[in-house]
Design a protein around this ligand. Sequence first.
Ligand code: NAD
Ligand code: UDP
Length: 317
Amino acid sequence: MSKDRPHAVVTGGGGFVGSHLTESLLDANRRVTVLDNFGSGRPENLASVESDHLEVREHDICDPLPAFTDVDELYHFASRASPEDFASHAVEIALTNSEGTRNILDAAREHEAKAILASTSEIYGDPDVHPQHEQYNGNVNIRGPRAPYDEGKRFSEALAVAYEQQYGIDVRTVRIFNTYGPRMRTDDGRVIPNFLTQALTDEDLTVYGDGTQTRSFCYVSDLVRGILAVADAPPDRVAGEAINLGSTDEIEIRALAARVLNVVETDAALTYESLPQDDPSQRRPDITKAKELLEWEPKVTLEEGLRRTLEEFRKRV
Ligand code: NAD
Ligand code: UDP
């Protein structure tokens, strides 16, 4: 890899968001090292990325990072993120967002690199403030089934604050709201891959609860554009900040199911299953901060994003 480009390390770069981020970083003139244990990620996600500036290493981020001669940016995107994995991979998730974050922050300190942490709207829990702005401290069940993920991410943010305060490093945190797009695992368990896979195989779409709970879905290219805007912004604007990134187009899950049926053009029906414990009843980001600091807002409509995702899912389902 040529040394005349900034070196970015991307943990979780073999996953859904991480692989799109890696591609965009290469396009933005970085050389990229991906570190991934390929638990929920897939090497195929990077197979189409042809670049002399990319290196992919199988590595668990709970172990200290490999020795690098130079690092300019660290993007910590490793972590399973599907609620379906929260029980079966609870310990791995909690450690990836604590031990793993520690390893990233230590590397940032060692190399005097900036760190970009992937946090989540889940840190707001089942919110009683709507929409969720960055000053809201959330409503998380600390002992519930989502706790390893939610509290793991909250600890990850707290550890970043500790490193900033004690060692003065530059950490930027993105609080990502529900994001979807090509390369999500067809059996990921999250709602859009589930609905698309079910619709494509003429199965009934599984709506949990009565489907009146809401989410706001952001297409992956919009998210990645926001992440790069955070990474590229001057430190006096974003260092030490946590910034919501997501769509403000809020929709009930039963309405999402209807949209998917329409896009896939199938007569599949809906079937109602029980609502998982602590499933947030509403979610929509307040993105005023991202608009003001970064002039960022999503552009791709849900309709268009679903079509693009469907096109790629058709090749795999
Ligand atoms: P994903 O499962 O597709 O990607 C996660 C990647 O991290 C995978 O490639 C996986 O193999 C890797 N990984 C997990 N644990 C690891 C470990 N210990 N060591 C090395 N690699 C490890 O999920 P995603 O949706 O792409 O999520 C990526 C990041 O974005 C996560 O940090 C997640 O919390 C965050 N996020 C995503 C969303 C979303 O809607 N997609 C929302 C909020 C936050
Ligand atoms: N959901 C659903 N059917 C599914 C998968 C999920 O109705 O097959 C619901 C889930 O209960 C939640 C919403 O869709 O209310 C979003 O779920 P997802 O797992 O995608 O993400 P979350 O926002 O809960 O982390």
